[in-house]
Design a protein around this ligand. Sequence first.
Ligand SMILES: Nc1ncnc2c1ncn2[C@@H]1O[C@H](COP(=O)(O)OP(=O)(O)OP(=O)(O)O)[C@@H](O)[C@H]1O
Length: 263
Amino acid sequence: MSAVQVSPLPLLRVRGVGKRYGDRVALHDASFDLWPGEVLAVVGESGSGKSTLLDAIAARSRPDAGSVQFHVRGGGLQDVFAMTEAQQRLLSRTDWGFVHQNAADGLRMDVSAGANVGERLMGLGERHYGRVRATAADWLQRVEIDPARIDDTPRTFSGGMRQRLQIARNLVTQPRLVFMDEPTSGLDVSVQARLLDLLRQLTRQMQLAAIVVTHDLAVARLLAHRMVVMQQGRVVETGLTDQVLDDPQHAYTQLLVSSVLQP
Ligand SMILES: Nc1ncnc2c1ncn2[C@@H]1O[C@H](COP(=O)(O)OP(=O)(O)OP(=O)(O)O)[C@@H](O)[C@H]1O
C-alpha cells in the first residue's frame, strides 16, 4: 500500500519539533513530511510523546522548537505558528479536522446529531437550512447512522455511533487533513473493526490525508500508508507500514512488534 504523490510539495512539513514540560523532554526533534492523501500512523507506548506531537502539529499547543508548515490552498507552504489565531481557526474549520479519542470532546452533546454535522457547514457560510439538513442527513448515512436519528442528541447514541458522528462532523467540510487521536480505542473490539473499515473507506474515497495516533499496531496496519515509531519523545523509526511491521529495524520497534505477536 503506497500513497500516490502527485504534488511536488508535501501537504505538511514538520521539522525539528520539540516540547518540554519543565525539565521533562516530552518531544525531541520530530521531523517528517506528509503527502496529500497519505495516512500516517504515529505509534509508541504510553508516554512516548504521541499526543504531544499531534497537539503541536495541529496547532493545539505551541512547540518550544521547530516548525510546522501547511500547504494552504492556492498558496505554498505556510508556517502554521506564524499565522494569526484567526487564520489558524479558519484552517481548523475548513481544511483540518480533529477526531478526539473521546467523542464527547469533539461533539456538542446537547444539540442534535444534525446540528453537530450542519454546524461546521454553517461555519463556512452555508445559510440554506434545507441544504444543511440534507447534507447532514447524507453524512449520517455515510457514517452508517440511521438518518431518522437526525434530531436526537449524541447523548442517546452508543459509543460507536458517537465516534461515527464525530467523524461526520469533521469530514462534512471536505478537509484535506484530519488529525486523529486514538480514534478507535475505548470501543468494543467488533465496534472498533467496523469503525476502522469506515475510516479506511472514507480516507480513500476522499483522498484524505490523516495523522493517526495509536498504540495499536493493527490500527496502523489497516489504515496507514506510512508510520512513525516513537520512544521517549523521539522518532526512532519511520517507513512504509508493511515494511516497518514486517521487518522492523530499531530494537524498540522489534519489541513492539514481537509483543503483539507473542501476547
Ligand atoms: N501537560 C503536561 N504536563 C506535564 N507533562 C506532560 C504533559 N503532557 C504530557 N506530559 C508528559 O510528556 C510525555 C509525553 O506524553 P504524551 O501524552 O505526549 O504521550 P503519549 O505517547 O501520547 O501517551 P498516551 O498514549 O498515554 O496518551 C510524558 O512523559 C508525559 O508525562
